[in-house]
Design a protein around this ligand. Structure first.
Ligand code: OOG
Ligand code: NI
Length: 464
C-alpha cells in the first residue's frame, strides 16, 4: 500500500480520541491518570534527591509520557476479528503474538495489534490486546445463544466499512477521510448500556462464564480498559490505596528488580454499571454488569526464548508452591521474590547468558575506528562481539518488552470479574488453536521473539 496518510499520526490521534471518550465514560479512569502523574512526579523527585540519574526526565514529560500504552477489546466472531485487523492496519497496527487464555481458564484466545518497528513504536506505542471467543469451548446451549446474539449485531458503522474498502481498493486516505475514520472507529469501541439480550439470556451466559456475557450481550465491542505507563508501578499501587480507589490486590508479573523484565501491571477493579436488558414486550429491565476498569503498566526488558522459559519455569514453581501451601498476599509476594533470585539481575549476566535482547550502538570511540579495523577475525560472532564490547567500540542497551503475558492477563481478567469458578474441564484441557485464530484473522500473526531478534540483529548490522 503506498500510503497517502501518516499511520503513526493517525494512531496517535485515534488513541487520544479514545482516551477522551473513555474518560467521560469511566471518570475514575481520569482519576487514575492523575494518580500515575503524581506517582511519576514523586519517583522523579526522589531519584533526583538521591543524586541518582536513573530516570530520564524526558521519559516523564507530559507530552511523551502521558499517552496510553494499550487498551483491550473482546470480540465474538471471525468476521469481527478480520474486520478489526483491517481497521488496525490503517493505523499501522499488526497482529503480534498468540495468547492461549485457556491456560488461565478462559474460553478465549488473543493477539495484540501493535506497531511492529522500533521507529513506529517510538512515535506512538499504542496497542490493543484483542481477545476472541472460542465457540467450540462453550456448552451447546450457550453456543446457540451466543451465535444468535452475535449474528445480529453490527459493531462497525457502514461508513467505516466503506472507508476500509476504499483503502483496500485505492490505498489512499485524504485528511477528511482520516477524520471520518477516527469518528467512525470510535463507535466500535463505545459503551452501550442497552444490552442486545434479555436478562434471562444474560444470566445464562454469565453462569457459564462472565466473559462470555461481556462479549455477547452488547451491540459494540466496548473498550474495557486503557493503560498508561508508569515509571514506578509500586508507588501507583500505594497511591491508589491511599486515595481509596478499588485497587486490585497485587501487581501482576515479575517482582520489582534492579533490571526490570517483561511487564508488570495493576488496575482498579471494574465498576458495577447499570444496564438495561430487553424483555419480551420490547421494554427494558434494569440490571447491572461489571466490565470496565483502568490499568497501569510498567515495562521492562524483552527476554529471549531462553529467558522467557526461565521466567515461566520460575513462575510455575511459585504458583505450584503457593497453591500447595495456600500462600496469599504478602506471603505470596515473598515467595515470588525469593524464587526470582534465580533470575540473573545484571545487564552483564542477562547479555552473557543470552536471556534478554539488546540494541547495540557504536561508542564515540567506535565511531572513530575505521570500518576495516573492525573486520578483524576474532573467531565466532559471540567472541567477536565480546571483543568489540571489551575494546569499548560497541555499547548496548536492553530492548523494551512490547507484548503481553497470558498469566498476567488472566490475573487482570480475574480481578475484574468478581468470584468465578474456572475449573471447567472443557476449557482447562483445551489445546491452543493458533491455526484457527489465523484463519479467522485472515493473515499470519507475527512471532514476537522474531521481531526482537530482528531488531537486535539490525542494530548490529547498522553498527559494524
Ligand atoms: C484483557 C486483559 C489483558 C493485559 O494488560 O494483560 C490485558 C481484557 O481484560 O480484555 O489487557
Ligand atoms: Ni491491559
Amino acid at each position: 500500500m503506498t500510503q497517502t496518510w501518516d499511520q503513526n499520526e493517525l494512531r496517535a490521534r485515534f488513541c487520544h480520541a479514545l482516551s477522551e471518550m473513555y474518560k467521560t465514560e469511566v471518570p475514575l479512569y481520569g482519576d487514575l491518570i492523575d494518580v500515575v502523574w503524581e506517582a511519576d512526579a514523586k519517583a522523579l523527585h526522589n531519584s533526583q534527591d538521591a543524586g541518582a540519574n536513573i530516570i530520564n526526565p524526558d521519559d516523564v514529560l507530559p507530552s511523551r509520557h502521558r499517552v496510553e500504552r494499550h487498551g483491550a477489546i473482546r470480540l465474538g466472531t471471525a468476521y469481527e476479528l478480520s474486520t478489526m485487523r483491517r481497521m488496525f492496519a490503517v493505523m499501522g497496527m499488526y497482529p503480534v503474538g498468540y495468547y492461549d487464555l485457556s491456560l488461565a481458564g478462559f474460553p478465549m484466545h488473543a493477539t495484540a495489534f501493535r506497531p511492529s518497528t522500533q521507529d513506529a513504536l517510538s512515535q506512538n506505542p499504542f496497542r490493543v490486546f484483542t481477545t476472541v471467543l472460542r465457540m467450540e469451548l462453550l456448552t451447546e446451549k450457550t453456543q446457540e445463544l451466543a451465535k444468535r446474539a452475535l449474528a445480529q449485531r453490527h459493531i462497525f458503522t457502514p461508513k467505516l466499512l466503506e472507508i476500509l474498502d476504499m483503502v483496500d481498493k485505492k490505498g489512499t486516505l485524504t485528511p477528511a477521510e482520516c477524520t471520518e475514520f477516527i469518528k467512525n472507529g470510535l463507535e466500535t469501541f463505545r459503551w452501550h448500556s442497552k444490552a442486545t439480550v434479555t436478562l434471562d439470556e444474560y444470566m445464562l451466559l454469565k453462569a457459564e462464564h462472565p466473559l462470555i456475557a461481556d462479549i455477547v450481550s452488547f451491540p459494540s465491542s466496548h473498550i474495557n480498559h486503557l493503560t498508561p505507563r508508569s515509571i514506578d508501578i509500586d508507588l501507583v499501587q500505594q497511591l491508589m490505596l491511599d486515595h481509596g480507589m478499588p485497587a486490585k490486590e497485587r501487581i501482576e508479573g515479575p517482582p520489582k528488580r534492579q533490571c526490570p523484565i517483561l511487564l508488570r501491571q495493576t488496575s482498579f477493579k471494574a465498576l458495577e454499571e447499570t444496564v438495561f436488558f430487553r424483555d419480551a414486550s420490547a421494554t427494558f429491565v434494569k440490571g447491572s454488569h461489571t466490565a470496565r476498569f483502568g490499568e497501569v503498566e510498567q515495562r521492562g526488558y524483552a527476554l529471549t526464548r531462553k529467558g522467557r522459559q526461565l521466567y515461566d519455569r520460575i513462575l510455575d514453581r511459585v504458583n505450584a508452591e503457593a497453591e500447595e501451601l495456600k500462600l496469599k498476599g504478602n506471603d505470596y509476594e515473598q515467595l515470588l521474590k525469593s524464587h526470582f533470585k534465580l533470575f540473573p539481575d545484571s545487564l552483564l549476566e542477562l547479555r552473557q547468558q543470552n536471556l534478554a535482547y539488546f540494541c547495540y550502538q557504536l561508542t564515540p570511540t567506535g565511531e572513530r575506528v575505521a570500518k576495516d579495523d573492525l573486520a578483524t577475525d576474532f573467531g565466532s560472532p559471540a567472541v567477536y562481539l565480546q571483543a568489540l564490547l571489551d575494546k569499548g567500540i560497541l555499547k548496548y542497551e536492553p530492548l523494551t518488552y512490547e507484548d503481553f503475558l497470558p498469566l498476567s492477563a488472566g490475573g487482570i481478567f480475574n480481578s475484574n470479574l468478581g468470584d468465578v469458578s474456572q475449573s471447567r474441564q472443557l476449557i482447562m484441557s483445551a489445546e491452543p488453536d493458533l491455526d484457527g485464530f489465523q484463519r479467522s484473522l485472515g493473515t499470519h500473526i507475527a512471532d514476537e521473539f522474531h521481531l526482537y531478534a530482528q531488531m537486535q540483529q539490525e542494530s548490529l548490522l547498522h553498527s559494524i
